[in-house]
Design a protein around this ligand. Structure first.
Ligand SMILES: *[C@@H]1O[C@H](CO)[C@@H](O)[C@H](O)[C@H]1NC(C)=O
Ligand SMILES: *[C@@H]1O[C@H](CO)[C@@H](O)[C@H](O)[C@H]1NC(C)=O
Ligand SMILES: *[C@@H]1O[C@H](CO)[C@@H](O)[C@H](O)[C@H]1NC(C)=O
Ligand SMILES: CC(=O)N[C@H]1CO[C@H](CO)[C@@H](O)[C@@H]1O
Length: 426
């Protein structure tokens, strides 16, 4: 008992090296009063929790620091494990964490959504496990739950989960850890979803930040031809921090990461809070920034080999991706605005969108489901509208439809069916 107490104390002390981060108006600020911009990397080595192997985290954190990253995003964690070693390793490298609270068996389903106590308990357990680390930047209530337009009926359930997790956070006296959502970048959902999740005027029910998984910018490209100009128009004065929770198109290659100059430059930096590059590990989808070893046969088995890729060891940069990104980030360090000079009321107010014939089905500021309600059984009935049910399902990406396949390995089997539906409708 004593040794684990000592371990907990020493790692808690080490994790206090970084200032905490809060969402204020449309921006993130550190507890030192500086605006914070995310330079992030998606970090999921297998389907299992990557924040339990301290030696591996230490090796990766060290190279991420060289890359210039200050944040990782982790999709799957096990709340019952000890994360103190990894959280300290990342903290020591100046790296924050953003963690998805949902698990493979609890995430909100797109076509048959419900929100109940089982989910709330599981998400809360993740919050409990990480809330004490100062380098916990934020928590996601979901990732790409809605991937085609007619799944927008799930949006009130996203809001319900947000409401209950924020109430839980506050009831436990935790700091104001930002709680948000990570969205698919689908033309039929923009800007309705981002507006809906921030509308209605009650911050207890709204997301604290909005992440967009967007693969629209495929090098060589530009601000005006990539689609980013349109994203920027829709994000102007956004009421909560908005950022790319995944980005990094690989087609046709090579990846130049020139989009980073726009995101952190004059075109977008006043409205966006940075970007998370998909992804750290090289695997079958070829989005990796590093590799742990040469590709093996897909059927090869070994201690750290899954699906033909080594999932642990010494990270080696993938060329030219790693260097190109690190060179961009090295030249980019926006200071933004100091919290003391920031007027949080300068952000825009978003109206709750009315339903549309093109398939946004939630009509205005509907009542949000209470805990235990489901859409399928009809216990939640605030949403339906005639236009909505008539809309034909679709999901068209304005620029780059290859993005739909990118996450299957990283996200695991849970999303495969969603992605297949998505690909089918493309
Ligand atoms: C959306 O459309 C698909 C394909 O027609 C259908 O299977 C699904 O049930 C629809 N979802 C909703 C929420 O209506
Ligand atoms: C939540 O819903 C799931 C799926 O229907 C069910 O298995 C679980 O028992 C429910 N939890 C509660 C507390 O009702
Ligand atoms: C805001 O939302 C919370 C949670 O749903 C609710 O308890 C509170 O009454 C709402 N406030 C207003 C002013 O409607
Ligand atoms: C900024 C930078 O280093 N760009 C390089 C990215 O990779 C390509 C392909 O190797 C190089 O041609 C660029 O110079």
């Amino acid at each position: 008992m004593r040794s684990s107490t000592l371990l907990a104390l020493s790692s808690a002390a080490a994790s206090y090296a970084l200032p905490t981060i809060e969402a204020v108006g449309g921006k993130f600020f550190t507890s030192d009063g500086d605006q914070f911009f995310i330079k992030g990397v998606a970090y999921q080595l297998t389907e299992k929790d990557p924040l339990v192997d301290t030696e591996q985290c230490t090796r990766d954190a060290s190279l991420m620091k060289k890359l210039g990253a200050n944040t990782i995003r982790v999709y799957h964690v096990d709340a019952s494990e000890d994360h103190s070693g990894c959280m300290s390793a990342f903290s020591d490298a100046g790296i924050y964490t953003m963690i998805d609270m949902d698990t493979f068996d609890t995430y909100i389903l797109p076509n048959d959504p419900w929100w109940n106590q089982t989910q709330l308990d599981r998400y809360s357990a993740v919050m409990d496990a990480f809330q004490n680390y100062d380098n916990l930047l934020g928590l996601f209530v979901g990732n790409e739950i809605i991937a085609i337009n007619n799944q927008s009926l799930a949006a009130p359930f996203i809001k319900a989960s947000c409401r209950d997790l924020k109430a839980y956070r506050d009831s436990k006296g935790y700091r104001k850890i930002p709680i948000g959502y990570s969205a698919t970048d689908i033309a039929e959902l923009r800007p309705w979803l981002q507006d809906y999740l921030t509308c209605g005027g009650n911050s207890s029910e709204n997301i604290d930040f909005y992440g967009l998984n967007s693969y629209q910018w495929c090098d060589p490209s530009t601000y005006s031809t990539s689609g980013y100009e349109n994203l920027q128009t829709q994000a102007k004065d956004f009421p909560v921090p908005i950022f790319f929770s995944e980005t990094g198109c690989i087609k046709p290659g090579p990846r130049l990461f020139d989009d980073q100059d726009s995101i952190f430059g004059p075109e977008m930096v006043n409205d966006w809070s940075g970007a998370i590059i998909y992804e750290w590990i090289e695997e079958a989808n070829e989005y990796g920034l590093i590799s742990y070893g040469p590709q093996a046969d897909a059927t090869a088995t070994g201690e750290n080999v899954v699906g033909g890729f080594t999932r642990a060891g010494t990270p080696t940069p993938v060329s030219p991706d790693f260097d190109n990104l690190s060179k961009h980030w090295a030249t980019i360090s926006p200071t933004g605005v100091a919290r003391s000079n920031y007027d949080a009321t300068s952000v825009s107010t978003r109206a709750c969108p009315t339903s549309t014939a093109s398939g946004w089905l939630v009509d205005g500021n509907v009542a949000i489901p209470s805990l235990g309600q489901t859409l399928g059984s009809g216990s939640y009935s605030s949403v339906p509208s005639a236009t909505g049910t008539a809309a034909s399902p679709s999901a068209s990406e304005t620029q780059n439809s290859v993005s739909g396949s990118k996450e299957i390995a990283g996200m695991g089997a849970g999303l495969v069916s969603v992605m297949m539906v998505f690909a089918f409708w493309l």
